[in-house]
Design a binder for this molecule. Structure first.
Ligand SMILES: Cc1ncc(C[n+]2csc(CCOP(=O)(O)OP(=O)(O)O)c2C)c(N)n1
Ligand code: SF4
Length: 249
């Protein structure tokens, strides 16, 4: 019988621990397929965050390294500098990357470190029970802002892709989502492009994936997809935020 679909070799057989409707598993699949299709799987080294994807090292079949909360870009810097020919990536949530690890990602991008960051923006701290993240939307409820985030109290949500795009060392930043097949295909294209540019030595590459957290949003998986489309995309527009790869050596 002809095989029409099979799981990427980039994923192990370990059962995912993510909640039903969580997008983490879909993004794992896209990263694994991208590495496999680019022929990078044998050499790839990933760095896991602290957050719901803390166990990503169980799911990716390539070499993986755990990092302290927010420090994945610093760990990836060391790995990439000592293994310059190998593909290196960090996989980080918005609490990990935009809150406790804000300095690490900004400085890695500023230095133009030649690794790729996959940034999962689900607008909340998932693992710890739904606290407000720097990316939580105005009016969105979280356990630490039960009446909804206000600008007066917490400022406006941070647009990380736009922020990093102001730094010369960041050559490519794109924001995607995985809510439906067309967007899923765009997301995979962006992830592949980021890895390709990394292997060409262009500089720091960044893919932000808008993602769901049905558990802490208090919604069904289907409702959470609708909520993402109606609320996150207007504030976090999809598309290429920066691409200077053609200009950089
Ligand atoms: C030094 C330190 N501070 C705080 C925590 C608690 N903590 C664990 S994960 C996390 C945030 C997770 O949210 P996010 O990065 O958005 O990932 P998600 O779980 O939503 O995928 C926090 C605050 C910790 N583990 N270590
Ligand atoms: S808590 Fe949220 S981010 Fe974490 S696995 Fe569940 S749905 Fe995903």
């Amino acid at each position: 019988m002809a095989v029409v679909y099979q799981k990427s070799k980039g994923l192990t057989d370990k059962e995912l621990h993510y909640c039903p409707g969580c997008n983490h598993g879909i993004v794992h699949k896209l990263v694994a397929e991208s590495l496999e299709e680019l022929g990078l799987l044998d050499d790839a080294i990933g760095v896991c965050p602290v957050g719901c994807s803390v166990f990503a090292y169980n799911y990716f079949s390539c070499d993986m390294q755990e990092a302290a909360h927010g420090r994945a870009p610093a760990v990836a810097t060391g790995i990439k500098r000592t293994h310059p020919t190998q593909p290196v990536f960090t996989y980080q949530g918005d609490g990990d990357l935009a809150s406790i690890g804000a300095a690490e990602i900004v400085h890695a991008a500023m230095r133009g470190e030649k690794f790729t960051t996959i940034f999962i923006n689900n607008a909340i701290y998932g693992m710890t029970g739904g606290q407000m993240a720097p990316t939580t939307l105005i009016g969105q409820k979280a356990t630490t802002c039960p009446l909804g985030r206000t600008k007066e109290q917490a400022g406006m949500p941070i647009r990380v892709s736009e922020l990093l795009s102001t730094l010369d060392g960041c050559v490519y930043a794109e924001r995607v989502c995985v809510t439906d097949i067309p967007n899923l295909n765009k997301a995979k294209k962006a992830i592949k492009k980021a890895f390709q540019l990394q292997m060409e030595g262009k500089g720091f590459t960044f893919v932000e994936v808008l993602s769901t957290c049905p558990t802490n949003w208090g919604m069904t998986p289907l409702k959470s997809i609708e909520w993402l489309k109606e609320n996150m995309i207007p504030y976090y527009p999809l598309g290429v935020i920066k691409d200077t790869s053609a200009e950089v050596n």
